[in-house]
Ligand binder design. Structure first.
Ligand code: FAQ
Length: 309
């Protein structure tokens, strides 16, 4: 029975037929997806905080309206992702509790502070830009609900990336002070954006199995290279510089070569020692506690309603 089910699962993966919630799947495949999709959802939730800090301080009504919409989209992305994880049997409250007590991760990038307004455009442009490179690949991931969630999320992320670039362009073409702010934001967000793609393939414990199952379609290094190749010309188009003395165009390969990531910093941040890890989790825990009465009231209301016939 089990060998036959496994053979059918492997055939579906080979044939690029999506695995769906009610299909048989290996337990480790299910657990890997719950981990990745759950952490992806948590990244959207925690990802609202750095930009959310600037909603009250956006420089114009137009920028405020756009930023509000973007942050709201991120909440929506988290909901699609948590729903996709639930189709695998994950429990949403348990995932939230694991985020709050550090048993589940979220993207390293959201542990860096937003010190000035230029950081908001930098996040839209660079962080959403990196997210798109990763997520376009995930539109073809082997688990159906995750793949379908990614299609919609990518459309919204493309809008986020463009609004970030447009807002950055306004600063880059502005006063000397605005241009300085733009460069400072690029200097601080460039390397953390490259770290979003995860450890180098050789040091990525999950990559080989996730690639074999087609959960991941490309290795971490390949996607990181794609992001660098896409983004360096955009930095230059803005009249800004990339904070990497080793960056150079390789005519023969058709790719940019870039310097070594500070892996000590990466591992410290994902171990909870980044500049804002404590602050981010404290905000999440407070929101979870303060929202308890709302969750309880909603459940009590739902329980009292007659079930739909
Ligand atoms: N940060 O073996 P691998 C967004 C962990 S975009 C923190 O390579 P895997 C949109 C990894 O979990 C950001 N942890 O693991 C937005 C694992 O630890 P574990 C979210 C990281 O899973 C924009 C360990 O290191 N996007 O939110 C990071 O095969 C603007 C070993 O790594 C996604 O999550 C990191 N950077 O590959 C929102 C995309 N890198 O779980 C608001 C979906 C690695 O064993 C504002 N996820 N780790 O404890 C993926 O594609 C993959 O999970 C990777 C990691 C590529 C992130």
């Amino acid at each position: 029975e089990n060998a036959e089910q496994l053979a059918r699962f492997e055939q579906a993966v080979r044939d690029e037929v999506n695995i769906e919630p009610k299909d048989w799947m290996p337990e480790a495949y299910r657990q890997t997806l719950i981990r990745q999709i759950g952490q992806h959802g948590h990244s959207e939730v925690v990802g609202m905080l750095p930009e959310g800090n600037w909603i009250t301080r956006a420089p114009s009504l137009r920028r405020k309206a756009v930023l509000l919409a973007k942050v709201q989209d991120e909440a929506g992305h988290a909901l699609y992702l948590y729903s996709a994880a639930e189709t695998l049997g994950a429990d949403r409250d348990e995932m939230m509790e694991k985020l709050n007590d550090g048993r589940m991760k979220y993207s390293s990038i959201f542990n860096y502070p937003t010190l000035g307004w230029a950081d908001v455009p930098a996040i839209g442009w660079l962080v959403d830009g990196a997210a798109i490179v990763n997520q376009v690949a995930l539109c073809r991931t082997s688990y159906g609900p995750y793949a379908r969630a990614m299609v919609r999320i990518c459309k919204e992320e493309s809008f986020h990336q463009r609004q970030g670039f447009e807002a950055m362009m306004a600063l880059a073409n502005g006063s000397e002070e605005q241009k300085r702010m733009a460069q400072d934001a690029v200097n601080r967000f460039w390397w953390p954006a490259l770290m979003m793609f995860g450890p180098s393939d050789a040091d990525s414990p999950h990559s080989a199995q996730s690639l074999a199952w087609k959960i991941k379609r490309f290795g971490n290094d390949e996607l990181r290279q794609k992001f660098v190749d896409n983004t360096v010309p955009q930095v230059h188009a803005l009249g800004l510089t990339v904070p990497d003395p080793d960056l150079r165009w390789n005519e023969a390969t058709g790719h940019y070569e870039f310097g070594e990531i500070d892996w000590d910093e990466f591992y410290a941040v994902i171990a909870g020692q980044g500049p804002c890890n404590h602050e981010r989790l404290a905000v999440r825990r407070k929101a979870w506690e303060e929202g308890r009465w709302v969750r309880e009231a909603a459940s009590a209301y739902a329980a009292r309603r007659p079930h739909a016939a």
